[in-house]
Design a protein around this ligand. Structure first.
Ligand SMILES: Nc1ncnc2c1ncn2[C@@H]1O[C@H](COP(=O)(O)OP(=O)(O)O)[C@@H](O)[C@H]1O
Ligand SMILES: N[C@@H](CC(=O)OP(=O)(O)O)C(=O)O
Length: 580
């Protein structure tokens, strides 16, 4: 069902006119609503704020922001608190519609200091009426998962000694204390969490359903702390648990899908509350409620991005901002190769492929609601807000684009499946894929001939408990699942299992596929690397090469240098660019 709720005054949508992505909090933020003028927003003083509210017009306050924040520091007052004081309560002005989603990931809210910074960032845009989505603080989700694993085997009495549980408790208590909030903000949550860990220890069992409930404490605590902090500094905020406001999902614990009913329900609740009693909504990312079980579900690792885009679509907002700890989507994973640079523009399709093929920066499903609602997504750095970031939209100028980004998915398993000719060609392909379907295994890349098929399997789907990062999945568990796949396939085919492979995805302009592949193969040949499979499929933006895992990082580096760092265009590139 489409969005049932329509607003009387639909929020304006961002229209891109400038050649560079308009910077938030910097000069030339031409896409902002309100009077159509460019607004340079920092931490506003009272007079400027009134001027803004009193009829729009051009604001030149970035310098004032720096001044104000320097003054605040000198006085030992957080910039956010000072801004809130001067504003006398932002985001509660009534009348205006909610306008943007601002999602902050775990890295952005990892401590009390970071929460203050994030509050300052939100307040730096007083003309916005944001819905804020938060992830769990820092690495809390990983710690919760590990605490749960340990609780299974440690016995009830020793739960209090679990290192990860103590880290979680200490971090949240310290944060509350440093923000000068009452402990009661998270007291009940911490008590419940300890009870839960004891329950797991008692049962000596951790189901997927319980795991989801366990990890939900991370987002439930971070949002309670942040909302309490905003209220304390005079900014009216209201905390929401996503599972209580209409995020309805499938019952696939650990990797639930959002159901259509979510959009009208979430819109009704958030919009209704806003109209009745305006307060900045602070929503838990990552969480939902299973439609059959009624239990807490999670949307897969990094799922808060999906929460943000779902809210954006539900409310028909102007923009979805995803604040990270990097300057946007980069030309490759900076952990693999630090020379990666920011990609200024992407299409939803490119961003989705990038995420699906392993770029950790965005949740693979998160582009869907944004694309359906045609709402621009901006990826920004909460540690460097002046950086323009990446703007993701439905379309972009592709004429001069060759390659956009290089993505690596490691620890991939390949299967070469050769028919024993018990079945005809159609029957063979159908049977192979029905086996994958029955076992719930996702296939990434496929190459077929009449009697054989080569596929790469999505590593995160090989074993079911994907909440814990793939890299830490015990090999023996992955192998058990794989043995089962091979056993089933061997009923109709000869199967070769090839492990420790990697998919290198070249996200770019497939209209230039020959050019991209020619150059990529030149680079790989020079590096002495043999490509084991190529797959382009129907994608307009992605070409995938499979190589051995041990060679993959070296390939990424060499490809990055050739495509993004070498100044001189080769003859073929120049020719192709002239032809366009
Ligand atoms: N192509 C890429 N562009 C940007 N970041 C990437 C890319 N590939 C991997 N990353 C990693 O993704 C991280 C950001 O994603 P994530 O940790 O989920 O952020 P958050 O927790 O703030 O939402 C970066 O710190 C970076 O290490
Ligand atoms: N806390 C969850 C959800 C999430 O989206 O986190 P982050 O935004 O920090 O990637 C996780 O770690 O998976």
């Amino acid at each position: 069902m489409a969005i049932a709720l329509r607003f009387a005054a639909a929020p304006l949508r961002l229209r891109l006119v400038s050649p560079a992505p308009p910077a938030i909090g910097g000069a030339g933020d031409g896409g902002r609503r309100g009077g159509g003028g460019a607004a340079r927003i920092g931490v506003l003083g009272r007079a400027r704020c009134r001027r803004r509210r009193g009829g729009g017009g051009r604001l030149e306050v970035a310098a004032a922001a720096a001044d104000d924040s320097a003054r605040c520091r000198a006085k030992g007052v957080g910039a956010a608190a000072a801004a809130a004081e001067t504003l006398g309560g932002i985001g509660v002005g009534g009348g205006d519609q909610l306008s943007v989603v601002m999602k902050f990931g775990g890295s952005s809210v990892s401590s009390a200091a970071r929460m203050r910074e994030v509050a300052g960032l939100i307040l730096a845009f007083p003309e916005e009426r944001p819905v804020v989505v938060l992830s769990a603080m820092g690495k809390t989700t990983n710690l919760l998962l590990l605490a749960g694993e340990k609780a299974v085997g440690c016995g009830v009495i020793r739960v209090s000694e679990i290192e990860e549980w103590n880290l979680i408790k200490d971090l949240h208590i310290k944060t509350v204390e440093e923000l000068a909030l009452p402990r009661s903000v998270i007291h009940t949550m911490l008590d419940e969490l300890e009870q839960l860990l004891k329950g797991i220890a008692m049962m000596k069992e951790l189901t997927l359903r319980t795991t989801d409930y366990l990890v939900s404490f991370g987002e439930c605590m971070s949002t309670r702390i942040f909302a309490a902090y905003l209220n304390k500094i005079g900014v009216k905020a209201r905390q929401y648990d996503a599972f209580d406001i209409g995020f309805i999902t499938t019952d696939d614990f650990g990797n639930a899908d959002i159901l259509e009913a979510t959009y009208p329900a979430v819109a009704k609740r958030l919009h209704g509350d806003w109209i009745r009693d305006p307060a900045i909504p602070i929503v838990t990312g990552f969480l939902g409620k299973g439609w059959k079980s009624g239990a807490v579900t999670t949307l897969g690792r990094g799922g808060s991005d999906l929460t943000a885009t779902t809210i954006g679509k539900a409310l028909g907002l102007r923009e979805i901002q995803v604040w990270k700890d990097v300057d946007g989507v980069l030309t490759c994973d900076p952990n693999i190769y630090p020379n990666a640079t920011t990609v200024p523009y992407l299409t939803f399709e490119e961003a989705a492929e990038l995420a699906y093929f392993g770029a950790q920066v965005l949740h693979p499903q998160s582009m869907r609601p944004a694309r359906e609602g045609d709402i621009p997504v901006r990826v920004k750095n909460s540690y460097n807000p002046k950086a323009p970031g990446t703007l993701i939209t439905k379309q972009r100028e592709m004429d001069k684009v060759v390659l956009t980004s290089i993505v690596l998915k490691s620890n991939v398993t390949m299967l070469d499946i050769v028919s024993t000719r018990m079945l005809g060609q159609f029957g063979f392909l159908a049977k192979v894929f029905s086996i994958f379907e029955d076992l719930g295994i996702s296939v990434d890349c496929v190459a077929t001939s009449e009697v054989s098929i080569s596929v790469s399997l999505d590593p995160s789907k090989i074993w079911s408990r994907e909440l814990i990062q793939q890299a830490s999945a015990p090999i023996y568990m992955q192998n058990q699942e794989l043995d089962h796949v091979v056993e089933e396939l061997e009923k109709i085919a000869v199967v070769h299992l090839l492990q420790q492979r990697a998919i290198i995805s070249l996200i770019g302009n497939v209209r230039r596929s020959s050019l991209i592949l020619e150059k990529a193969f030149q680079v790989l040949r020079k590096s002495g690397v043999n490509v084991q499979m190529i797959s382009q499929g129907a994608s307009k933006v992605n070409m995938s090469l499979i190589v051995h895992d041990s060679e993959a990082k070296q390939c990424i580096k060499a490809l990055h240098q050739a495509f993004f760092e070498d100044d001189v265009l080769t003859e073929i590139e120049e020719e192709a660019l002239h032809m366009s």
